[in-house]
Design a protein. Structure first.
Length: 94
């Protein structure tokens, strides 16, 4: 999916996705941008990572968020656990 599609699925702006990319929270698994006007391509794992970032960003410091959601530290199984926790926590947003 494109950045526009990912942003729509997550309910955030394209600029927010680009900001997360620049901060190192997320990177496209299929294809990264390679210059002005190029297209990033994202997969479903990236979308799950984006949902986790969206929920955690307001409550965590950037360094903590980056560590929790970075691809080097967290596999898809852990992302599912984080998402399940977020969905079932008492402060989760419906």
């Amino acid at each position: 999916m494109t950045t526009t599609e990912l942003a729509g699925m997550l309910g955030v702006t394209q600029r927010k996705i680009i900001s997360w990319t620049e901060r190192g929270y997320i990177k496209p698994s299929i294809r990264d941008a390679d210059g002005h006007g190029s297209v990033r391509e994202w997969n479903n794992s990236d979308m799950l990572r984006g949902f986790c970032i969206k929920e955690l960003e307001p409550i965590l410091r950037p360094s903590s968020l980056r560590k929790i959601v970075s691809e080097e530290d967290v596999g898809n199984h852990k992302l599912h656990e984080i998402w399940d926790f977020l969905c079932n926590s008492p402060w989760s947003v419906e």
